[in-house]
Ligand binder design. Structure first.
Ligand code: FES
Length: 154
């Protein structure tokens, strides 16, 4: 499930931690980077690899929104609607993105290009409203800027 390269990285990380459980987050991240999401089979694989209970891995995956629990499109649009973003138009931004792409929250467009999710604070409150696209932040967004961004991603 993990590439040889990633397995070597894990071995290199092990001496830096007192327990293999501490490697749960980075190993899950490697899985997601390789496969795009974390399946239940992947959770079992990680549990076996790190010799930790599957319930621990499941708890981590379901706690952090950065882990995708189902496949996402080529572009994963994560719209923050926590307090600062909501006060600065995050709700309108979320609704606009969904309407423009013709999807509901959590859904992926039929061409598999875009998945839209609503997320809690992404730590960029001073530049609200904002949205994360894959690993990149887009901040101080107006609806017009979102339209331009979606055009570029098409
Ligand atoms: S409230 Fe949106 S980044 Fe913090």
């Amino acid at each position: 499930m993990l590439s040889e390269e990633n397995l070597k990285k894990i071995e290199a990380l092990k001496p830096r931690f007192q327990t293999t459980q501490a490697l749960t987050l980075p190993v899950l991240w490697m899985i997601q980077q390789q496969h795009g999401w974390i399946s239940s089979e992947a959770m079992q694989y990680v549990a076996q690899l790190l010799n930790v209970p599957v319930s621990h891995v499941y708890g981590v995956v379901t706690f952090y929104t950065m882990y995708n629990q189902k496949p996402v499109g080529k572009y994963h649009l994560q719209v923050c609607t926590n307090v600062s973003c909501m006060l600065n138009g995050g709700g309108e931004l979320r609704d606009h993105v969904c309407k423009r792409l013709g999807v509901k929250l959590g859904e992926t467009t039929s061409d598999n290009r875009f998945t839209v999710t609503e997320v809690e604070c992404l730590g960029s409150c001073g530049t609200a409203p904002m949205m994360q696209v894959n690993d990149d932040y887009f901040e101080n967004l107006s609806l017009e800027q979102v339209d331009e961004l979606l055009e570029k991603l098409n």
